[in-house]
Design a protein around this ligand. Structure first.
Ligand code: PGA
Length: 266
């Protein structure tokens, strides 16, 4: 079955989560330059970069192009005021980002609950940013209770959201057990396909079929050049959120090429 039969055809998305890397603006600019070269030829793949917030402004103001968009890796729950160390959605937007990652498992580990993730998602939307909402189970059990875990996460965050706002959000399915490992330890295409169907089914139940089928689902968790092709091929996802491999220009380029080649074929 081609992807156009299972979901509305749309561009693929590759988001790079640089996390707390690299250390200096000079290195960040060099990493950005390598991606900039690669995206010139892309037709069916959108690239989003999430550098450390401290480098965001410098990188976005260097860039005059339109092919790459930018994300922050988190935002404050507050719109403004006395919250030392926090950065608001409005400030992120004014630094040149269109997206923000919300509820990454590394933030959840630091104490973020689904309630906080929901609030941050709404704050991002209110600030005119598109939230990339991370969900995913800690472990996969044989009896499938990880599926109800994912369902509860989606319900907790998206319940009551208007369809207009829903259409500005993305979900990044990032099983925690697969993050920061290797391609061999990542999810299998079959398991990813099943989970993507389950996420869409949950969205059908909360919203409707039309919105659920068109909804962009990214996968993250040890996407590397060796598994990118099989993970995008008919698995029902719309792209990747790439961590460690996005810090190696050659690996990131190969991942982008695999996705672009698949997008062209379908
Ligand atoms: P990884 O990270 O690609 O290094 O597994 C993905 C993520 O945490 O977003």
């Amino acid at each position: 079955m081609s992807r156009s039969q299972t979901q509305e055809t749309q561009d693929f998305i590759i988001a790079a989560n640089w996390k707390t890397n690299p250390t200096t603006l000079k290195e960040a600019r060099a990493l950005f330059e390598s991606t900039k070269q690669k995206v010139r030829t892309l037709r069916n793949t959108d690239v989003i970069l999430a550098p450390p917030l401290v480098f965001l402004s410098a990188i976005t103001s260097d860039y005059g192009g339109k092919k790459i968009q930018f994300a922050a890796q988190d935002l404050s729950i507050h719109k403004g005021g006395s919250h030392t160390g926090d950065v608001s959605g409005e400030e992120i937007k004014s630094a040149g980002a269109e997206y923000v990652i919300v509820g990454h498992s590394e933030r959840r580990e630091a104490g973020e609950t689904d309630e906080v993730v929901k609030e941050k998602t709404m704050r991002a939307l209110d600030a005119g940013l598109r939230p990339i909402v991370c969900i995913g189970e800690h472990t996969r059990d044989a009896d499938g209770s990880y599926l109800s875990y994912i369902r509860e996460q989606i319900k907790a965050i998206f319940w009551g959201m208007s369809k207009d706002w829903l259409s500005k959000t993305l979900i990044a399915y990032e099983p925690i057990w697969a993050i920061g490992k290797t391609a061999e330890e990542s999810v299998t295409p079959h398991a990813l396909h099943e989970t993507a169907i389950y996420i869409r089914k949950t969205l059908v139940d909360l919203f409707d079929k039309r919105h659920a089928l068109a909804y962009p689902i990214l996968y993250g968790g040890s996407v590397e050049p060796t598994n990118a092709e099989e993970l995008v091929d008919n698995t029902g996802i719309n792209g990747f959120l790439v961590g460690h491999a996005s810090l190696e220009p050659e690996s990131f380029e190969k991942i982008i090429s695999s996705v672009e080649a698949y997008a062209k074929r379908t």
